[in-house]
Design a protein around this ligand. Structure first.
Ligand SMILES: Nc1ncnc2c1ncn2[C@@H]1O[C@H](COP(=O)(O)OP(=O)(O)OP(=O)(O)O)[C@@H](O)[C@H]1O
Ligand SMILES: [Mg+2]
Length: 466
């Protein structure tokens, strides 16, 4: 059996061989009959293939012929009224069952028209046995926020990462902002998510402060797909990486805000370390039970205190539980560190630096199960600057200056899979990428923006420190 029959995918028709056809004399009527039959067959095929357009048109023509234009006007008026009522009464079902399926049909036509060229030029076609085979569009779905999902059956031998690597080319070809490639629901399938609109254009206002924070889902921003971005703090340590002015401060304050209810009730203790002299965390000083902004020895002592607390809790909880539950006596401790590099790399005093390194290592490795967490911000993710990068399981990648930094922050292949942190414009601070649990592709998010007044008000209302 020729292999071409086993390889899945759409073969592109090959150009006909250039041979001279034999000269056969046939009567004119036979030629006309043959042409007519061919045309009729083509028309029938097109009629059946595009039934969703041809059937309604046939119905309307029949109505006009049978009952005149009044009936036609009555029907069209009735349909328009019904659709308008549906739109106003139940927008969600109108979108889900009416508008999006109709839009998906139209988009499918658009994608199909450019599909062959797109696949060949993005190197997603496979040549075999003098034939060219391209992936096949299986289904198109439109979703909220100007997002289309195209289910594609890959050619045998392809993997979703092949599409991820070509995503930028595909985005340019289809004229959309970004394309993401996600492994499909079955083997051999990939879902291309084509995003045309940008739901994250506007600054996100701070959320209301929850009275009792849910440490497994702290709301700190919005996701590109319209959902809330909820950060899991239990069992993890959080690193925020971003170039200067990328919104690291707003990421810190979004997290602090989501915990403020716990600070007031005594379930959470925030320890602030702000080596930039208190520039960032100083305005919310009252929220922090401990605070150091100038003296590096004090910061080292604070980290050592946190390390000792983590070790003490671990020794006590060993064999009893695997996750510490915060109480007023034993609160969740969150060390909030702005510009962590000042403590790890740029510190000149060797002894102090070693103390900080050792204490930070203990907190990062032993603290996460016993309620001692770190939320740290840094500009440069390289190992020389932050040797302990690998000890932060959760990372938020804001705007970065180099493409190579993206994979350092978010993990291997994440830039190929769509985390274009280096392309975030300077005019959009607070936008970043995160990797969500159970999702192999990165999610674009925008963190809430707490301005100085909001932070001051929050510190006044929820702060505990004098
Ligand atoms: N989430 C956000 N939404 C909108 N604007 C924001 C957001 N976060 C920050 N900004 C704007 O960007 C500016 C810089 O933000 P921020 O100070 O948080 O950045 P940074 O990364 O901490 O910078 P630096 O490295 O200089 O400390 C802010 O003054 C604010 O105007
Ligand atoms: Mg800052």
């Amino acid at each position: 059996m020729p292999l071409i029959n086993v390889i899945k995918g759409d073969p592109i028709p090959v150009a006909p061989l250039n041979v001279r056809t034999p000269f056969v004399k046939i009567p004119l009527w036979a030629a006309i009959l043959w042409q007519t039959l061919k045309t009729v067959a083509w028309l029938v095929k097109a009629y059946v293939q595009h039934w969703y357009a041809t059937l309604p048109v046939t119905g309307l023509v029949w109505l006009y012929l049978a009952y005149g234009w009044q009936a036609l006007a009555l029907l069209l008026g009735g349909i328009t009224t019904a659709v308008t009522c549906w739109f106003h009464v139940n927008r969600a079902s109108w979108l889900r069952f009416g508008w999006w399926p109709a839009l998906a049909r139209f988009r499918r036509l658009v994608y199909r028209r450019r599909w062959m060229a797109a696949m060949v030029t993005a190197n997603l076609s496979i040549s075999y046995d003098k034939r060219t085979i391209i992936p096949q569009i299986r289904r198109v779905r439109c979703k909220a926020g100007g997002c289309d999902e195209v289910l594609v059956r890959m050619v045998t031998g392809q993997i979703p990462d092949d599409f991820a690597k070509a995503s930028e080319r595909l985005a340019q070809t289809f004229g959309v902002r970004q394309v993401k490639a996600i492994p499909g629901p079955t083997y051999g399938a990939v879902v291309l998510v084509l995003m045309r609109g940008d739901t994250l254009q506007e600054t996100v206002e701070p959320f209301p402060i929850p009275f009792a924070p849910d440490f497994t889902a702290l709301p700190i921003g919005v996701q590109e797909d319209g959902g809330l971005y909820r950060l899991r703090l239990f069992g993890t340590q959080v690193l925020i990486v971003g170039a200067t002015g990328s919104g690291k401060g707003s990421a810190i304050w979004s997290i602090v805000r989501s915990l403020a209810g716990g600070v007031a009730s005594g379930l959470v203790e925030l320890w602030g370390l702000d080596p930039k002299g208190g520039m960032e965390l100083g305005i919310g000083r009252a929220l922090f039970a401990k605070f150091a902004s100038r003296d590096f020895a004090e910061m080292a002592a604070m980290l050592e205190h946190a390390a000792a607390t983590a070790q003490g809790r671990a020794a006590r909880l060993a064999g009893k539980t695997r996750q510490h539950t915060p109480t007023e006596d034993e609160p969740l401790i969150v060390l909030v560190i702005d510009e962590l590099a000042n403590l790890t790399a740029y510190l000149t005093e060797r002894q102090l630096k070693d103390r900080i390194k050792a204490a930070l290592g203990i907190v990062l490795t032993q603290g996460r199960a016993v309620g001692v967490h770190v939320v740290a911000a840094i500009q440069d993710p390289r190992k020389e600057v932050l040797p302990a990068r690998g000890l932060f399981p959760t990372r938020i990648g804001l705007r970065l200056s180099e493409p190579s930094e993206v994979d350092l922050v978010l993990g291997d292949n994440m830039r190929d899979r769509g985390a274009l942190c280096d392309r975030i414009p300077q005019t959009q601070p607070g936008i970043g990428f995160v990797v969500l649990e159970g999702d192999p592709t990165p999610m674009r998010v925008r963190l809430t923006y707490c301005d100085d007044t909001t932070v001051r008000d929050m510190a006044d209302d929820y702060g505990v420190a004098a």
